[in-house]
Design a protein. Structure first.
Ligand code: AMP
Ligand code: GLY
Length: 428
């Protein structure tokens, strides 16, 4: 029987831990640090560990007989948590620090894509304001300016004109707005189309596609307002037609795994290609993430029928070509409930009402509430982060899943709640 540790505290980690805890081959699921939602799951236990201190992590795994670790967020991966755990003999599903550069450095990713002729936007790389500004003089607008390093999703500026572009360059390169992450920048061609998330499990050479999904990155209805971590998602995503699926699988995902292996850093873990699909159905890579998406994980995990722990072990053994994955054929849609003010400053500590009434089996067993920024305080669940909950529903059509999710959302609430009311609109 497997004993699993999930690292992270968001809705993604709640969904991964929940799915793992239901596997017949999993005896125990720990999450560090987890949230109030994982704390309430009967088969999940939260633990407080300093995950930046690999020796503490390794000691915990050894004394609790953990035989599988799954990492939610990118930072520990970029820091080398997989290298540290694997060298202590603890099976860990995720990329090495070297392979995690696909997300950790946008310059690395762009150079990689160009070297292996994988479709992506044209770009140039700069460390000096002057050179960047000279380049901008010759470009069309809008144009995209990106900090090289990890910037918690905030390091991308879409500049409408030269003035905005120069301001972004100065912010990043001269004023150090993103610290070290912005000491190198990418200036990239603006791509038009519809975005989709293509997420796979990779074993270094083979991959298993996770179901297709689409995120909603903008804060407000109709995809306007500031960029966020994601305000809702659904799966499957009809924008990914069979033809696009085949193209992405061959020319983007397999090409990436082949390129990484050829470059001496085979990629094992969840690989997430953020794609822009244009009106002709041509897909290009916007970015790579070396982890599962949040909130895409939540609807995808509600549809996964196979045992996630067994899939991870097959991947670690390099045997994904020998397994298949089973999905619930229904549609899943998740609505993120956030604190008003997110992605900027927001209140914390607001008491959340209605959770018990909507709890899994109360309203409908096809509704699942994943927690993110929640905490327990004096016997109540309170808000403790920008994205607070992701309310997911499964149904025969996307429209029915949407209705069901919003019915539940309306029963839950707190003083300063905020959510989009149009999740799924592009596909409905
Ligand atoms: P990234 O973190 O690179 O995915 O960028 C965050 C968001 O910025 C993406 O999800 C897109 O909405 C947008 N974006 C990034 N690069 C481009 C591009 N080259 N063209 C148009 N939009 C982009
Ligand atoms: N939902 C976008 C991300 O996880 O990066």
């Amino acid at each position: 029987m497997n004993r699993v540790l999930v690292i992270g505290s968001g809705g993604r980690e709640h969904a991964l831990a929940w799915r793992l805890s239901q596997s017949l081959t999993v005896e125990k699921t720990f999450v560090t640090p987890g949230n109030a939602g994982t704390a309430m799951e009967p088969a999940i236990e939260n633990v407080v560990l300093d995950v930046d201190d690999f020796s503490i992590l390794i000691a915990f795994c050894q004394s609790n007989n953990i035989n599988l670790v799954i990492i939610g967020p990118e930072q520990p991966l970029v820091n080398g948590v997989v290298d540290a755990l694997s060298s202590s003999g603890i099976a860990c599903f995720g990329p090495t620090a070297q392979a995690a550069q696909l997300e950790g450095s946008k310059a690395f990713a762009k150079e990689f894509l160009e070297r292996h002729q994988i479709p992506t936007a044209a770009y140039a790389e700069f460390t000096e304001v002057k050179a960047a500004n000279i380049y901008l003089q010759t470009q069309n607008f809008p144009i995209v300016i990106k900090a090289d390093g990890l910037a918690a999703g905030k390091g991308v500026v879409i500049a409408e004109d030269l003035t905005q572009a120069e301001a972004a360059v100065t912010d990043m390169l001269a004023d150090n707005k993103f610290g070290d992450a912005g000491s190198r920048i990418i200036i990239e061609e603006f791509l038009v189309g519809e975005e989709a998330s293509y997420i796979v499990m990779a074993d270094g050479k083979n991959f298993l596609p996770m179901a297709t999904s689409q995120d909603h990155k903008a804060r407000d209805n109709g995809d306007v307002g500031p960029n966020t971590g994601g305000m809702g998602a659904y799966s499957p995503a009809p924008v990914v037609t069979d033809a696009i699926d085949q193209y992405v699988a061959d020319e983007i995902i397999q090409a990436t795994l082949d390129g990484m292996a050829k470059d001496g850093m085979p990629f094992t873990g969840f690989l997430y290609a953020g794609l822009m699909i244009d009106a002709q159905g041509q897909a290009k890579v916007l970015e790579f993430n070396v982890r599962f998406g949040d909130p895409e994980t939540q609807p995808i995990m509600t549809r996964l029928k196979s045992n996630l722990d067994e899939l991870c072990f097959s991947a670690i053994a390099g045997q994904l070509d020998q397994v298949s994955v089973e999905w619930d054929s229904r549609f899943a849609l998740g609505v993120v409930m956030a604190e008003a003010g997110y992605p900027f400053s927001y209140a914390k500590g607001n008491r959340i009402n209605g959770l018990k009434e909507v709890g899994a089996d109360k309203l409908d067993s096809n509704i699942k509430i994943f927690h993110a920024g929640t905490a327990q305080k004096e016997g109540h669940i309170v808000t403790s982060g920008g994205r607070v909950l992701c309310v997911c529903a499964l149904d025969e059509s996307l429209k029915e899943a949407q209705n069901k999710a919003y019915q539940a959302v309306k029963k839950i609430g707190w003083d300063s709640e905020y959510y989009r009311t149009d999740i799924g609109f592009k596909a409905i």
